[in-house]
Write a protein that binds this ligand. Structure first.
Ligand code: CTP
Ligand code: ZN
Length: 152
């Protein structure tokens, strides 16, 4: 039995996001909009040993299967992540994330003069991943660079 499985139980239905770079689990929760006030069970494991990564984080979410959109954004903060869909305690699907090239509609550009921030007919925001580590995004329209902390 792995050390991690001594820390947290297996889940029944839901998603396990495994192999998150150590220290990024809270960002993953923020991206998913999980505050802890939803009433569903969420387990966070941080800085456990991993053969592949040295240290890793794990997030387990009971009762929720992630959408492809959500997986895309997670892959920007956690390009090493594995998404495991669990049903009846069994892992029924497992996939590696693929870093997204463009993220649309989800975040706001910080540049007040950007056309995505205009009052009348604003353009729908879009960001291009320009650097993987640390993840850096540039606004599709004005080019302004944003770190992950600035976006989420
Ligand atoms: N898991 C869980 N609840 C379940 C089934 C699995 O919390 N009912 C978790 C495991 O603890 C593990 C992850 O989901 O963190 C992936 O499970 P599994 O595929 O069984 O583990 P490994 O083979 O070690 O995964 P990998 O090869 O991706 O490292
Ligand atoms: Zn912009």
């Amino acid at each position: 039995m792995s050390k991690e499985s001594l820390l947290v139980q297996k889940i029944r239905h839901g998603t396990v996001i495994d192999h998150i770079p150590a220290g990024r689990a809270l960002m993953v929760l923020r991206i998913l909009g999980i505050t802890g006030r939803e009433g569903t069970r969420v387990a966070l494991v941080m800085n456990v040993d991993s053969k592949k990564l040295g240290k890793k984080d794990i997030v387990k979410i009971e009762g929720r299967e992630l959408t492809p959109d959500e997986v895309d954004v997670i892959s920007a903060v956690a390009p090493t992540a594995t998404i495991n869909i669990v049903r009846d305690y069994e892992v029924v699907a497992k996939y590696k994330v693929k870093p997204p090239e463009v993220i649309r509609g989800r975040f706001k550009c910080r540049n007040p003069n950007c056309i995505t921030n205009q009052h009348r007919e604003p353009a729908k925001p879009a960001f291009v991943l320009v650097k993987k580590e640390p993840p850096t995004f540039s606004c599709w329209y004005c080019g302004r660079y944003h770190t992950l902390e600035e976006l989420i």
